[in-house]
Design a protein around this ligand. Sequence first.
Ligand code: HEM
Length: 313
Amino acid sequence: MDQVHNEDLTPKEAIDALEQIQGKFPGARRAHAKGDMYEATFLPNGNAVPYTVAPHLHREAIPATARFSNSPPNPASVDYLVPAKGLAVQFELPDGSFTNLVSSTVPMFVTSSPREFIDMIEIFTDKKTGIKTIDRAINMVELVSKKYPHSKEVIQIIKEQAKQPPTSYAELHYYPIHAFYFVNKDGERQAIKYEWVPVDETKDPALTSKSISANYLTEELDDRLKRGPVQFDLFIRLAEEGDNPNDATDMWPEDRRKVNIGRLEIRNKIHPKEDIVYDPTIIPKGIELTDDPILHFRSGAYAESYERRSKNE
Ligand code: HEM
């Protein structure tokens, strides 16, 4: 891990803090603990070729593994009560190595500093009361908003998502949040942000908590997959002058040029491969990391979480 930007916080401290939120769940990821894995294929369409030599973004179909998840550390979290959902994709490159793209339904992060994130999550510690209702979840979000007014915009997005739980994992947009640099065959660099856009955006009627199970999102997805693959298009947005690539709270203006670079087809549920660590800093030639301190910090934090869960701690 690159410690340069994060001297004041170690991965161990961060994982200790995450374990305080809802307690410790042996063998489980310290965040996004509840999730399922699916076999998938990524079909690049060639539109990324002018921007990057990354092999999975050219023209050949690429085998992939996708994991949908709920964000809390509790592997028994209730789908209905959790606003932020995850989609992690691991692409198998032609030379046998891997690269990851890890995204959330929230388009920006709550802070640009790992230390502040760890301070912030103390508010979500539900040792005493627990998040048992949607109102309680919204109250928690409001508390964060009061203490960290500069995170107001993203907190508002999370609050709206909490009020209107999704009807399906397949109908959501997922954002890897951080910018990356694409590098083409002439060595030219372009900062980009990705977005997964669902091919089927049809929304079912609003849900009510009384009518659904704690695992309704996985159940719905498994039913849907019986009818055919679930698909997402991968878009990139191209940075322009003045867009900051190093700040996970900066969304960039909406009018940035968007390019569709391929389609993910998700098919069968598979037995979870618990040794996969969706570290977002694992990238091939043709893609480079920015100096975003959150992005760099994640690598060490995910390794520490893996270290503990692989020992069944
Ligand atoms: C300092 C900031 C962050 C910390 C400390 C953190 C921590 C963690 C940890 C410990 C895990 C479990 C890793 C494992 O055991 O394999 C995890 C998983 C995950 N995180 Fe983060 N995270 C951070 C930022 C983010 C951001 C910005 C996003 C959104 C793009 C994100 C999305 C996810 C997702 C989707 C997973 C589940 C991956 C999977 O399915 O295995 N995280 N995070």
